[in-house]
Design a protein around this ligand. Structure first.
Ligand code: W6P
Length: 382
């Protein structure tokens, strides 16, 4: 579904009944798809207790929704349905941690080969994306038709039809800054600039960059990026410098994309480390022991970055990082400028997806040395 439909189908003009009819079919499909996929996980991981727990929670939620399969639609049914959705949302609240724990358990008991690591990466991207989509549907229904109703705001459920990007940037910065100040007793300043394409010249007062979007998703992404940038800056200048280089954010609107570029001067990351930032297996390394139990590190060792990228991709955006080692890092969040292009990106379970888990990682056909590479070629040619 698209952002437009998500706000319309279960929106003001449509009714609770329509949304109910849609969800009682759609939710079991999405739950079942991901349960099928859980069973394709490497055997070692499937055997981990945490994965069993996750599977049981999905099964329970599937059954809860199936209770509504053939019931007649009445006021009572609709009320019960809302309550069931809230129950399901709570039940799955900590599932990301549980899954991450399962991956840690696996790492502790077994050597994880490249093939297994690839499978887990592929699975978690799809599992977590499916979870984002299911929560989006549940939130829309319960916000619009449940008791959480807020009639005053312009929001349609969790969607803001006129989401002001710069306000979300400033909000995420302030929240990250609180954590940064707590941990490092200082924080970098924020510089924001906007480039609103052709609109800028004509209407100074209407030139805010606004789009149809889910502000909580954008907040999640930017908060994560700010935490990473702030940590990099603070650690890079870990002497008693009081002048930390600011974090610079540029928000731009083109015909197709909205871009939010966040640049820090935190010393950058080597190119060889770049891909690891989005790897679940890499980020589930046990935390280094904390010196002070009351302060938490600002960022890192979580699923923060890969999940943020999924939030961006969910409505056909993206998140990319680029770094100059020794200088600093740029993170760019891409969003679709037009809401009719912002449709849900969903994992589907089919032959291609199941094949992925069985296909071995192929050997590379590039070589960096003439040693062994040449030898095999010579051997084959002779
Ligand atoms: C860094 C590492 C990083 C990750 C994500 C976003 C910003 C930054 N800056 O040094």
């Amino acid at each position: 579904m698209g952002l437009k439909e998500l706000s319309r189908v279960s929106g003001l003009s449509a009714c609770e009944r329509k949304s109910f009819i849609f969800l009682r079919k759609e939710l079991p499909v999405r739950l079942a798809n991901i349960m099928k996929e859980i069973h394709l996980l490497p055997d070692n991981l499937l055997k981990m207790p945490s994965v069993g727990i996750v599977n049981n929670l999905y099964a329970a939620s599937f059954e809860d929704i199936m209770q509504f399969e053939k019931v007649e639609v009445s006021e009572t049914t609709l009320d019960k349905f809302c309550q069931t959705l809230v129950k399901i949302r709570n039940r799955h609240k900590d599932i990301v941690q549980t899954m991450a724990h399962g991956v840690l358990e696996l790492k502790e008991c077994h050597d994880v080969d490249v093939q297994t690591e690839n499978n887990i990466q592929y699975f978690l991207d799809r599992f977590l994306m499916s979870r984002i989509s299911i929560r989006m549907l549940i939130n829309q229904h319960t916000l619009l038709f449940g008791s959480e109703l807020n009639g005053h705001s312009r929001h349609v459920g969790s969607i803001d039809p006129s989401c002001d990007i710069i306000s979300v940037v400033k909000d995420a910065y302030e929240k990250a800054r609180l954590l940064c100040d707590q941990y490092y007793l200082a924080s970098p300043e924020l510089l924001v600039e906007q480039h609103n394409g052709k609109f800028e010249k004509y209407f100074e007062r209407c030139s805010e960059i606004r789009i149809v979007y889910v502000p909580s998703h954008l907040f999640h992404i930017l908060f994560e990026l700010f935490k990473n940038s702030m940590r990099a800056v603070m650690e890079h200048y870990n002497n008693s410098d009081s002048d930390y280089p600011s974090i610079a954010v540029i928000v731009s609107r083109g015909k197709e994309d909205i871009c939010v570029k966040m640049s820090d001067r935190g010393g950058g990351i080597p190119r060889s480390q770049m891909d690891h930032l989005f790897k679940y297996m890499y980020s589930t390394a046990p935390r280094p022991t904390q010196i002070d139990a009351h302060t938490v590190p600002l960022a890192g060792y979580g699923y923060g970055l890969p999940v943020s990228r999924l939030y961006a991709r969910y409505f056909h955006g993206d998140l990319v990082l680029q770094s100059c080692d020794g200088y600093g890092t740029d993170a760019i969040v891409y969003l679709k400028a037009l809401s009719n292009e912002a449709n849900e990106l969903l994992p589907i379970f089919n032959k291609t997806s199941s094949k992925f888990y069985r296909t071995a990682v192929s050997n590379t056909d590039w070589s960096s040395q003439c040693g062994s590479g040449m030898n095999t070629r010579q051997l084959r040619m002779s």
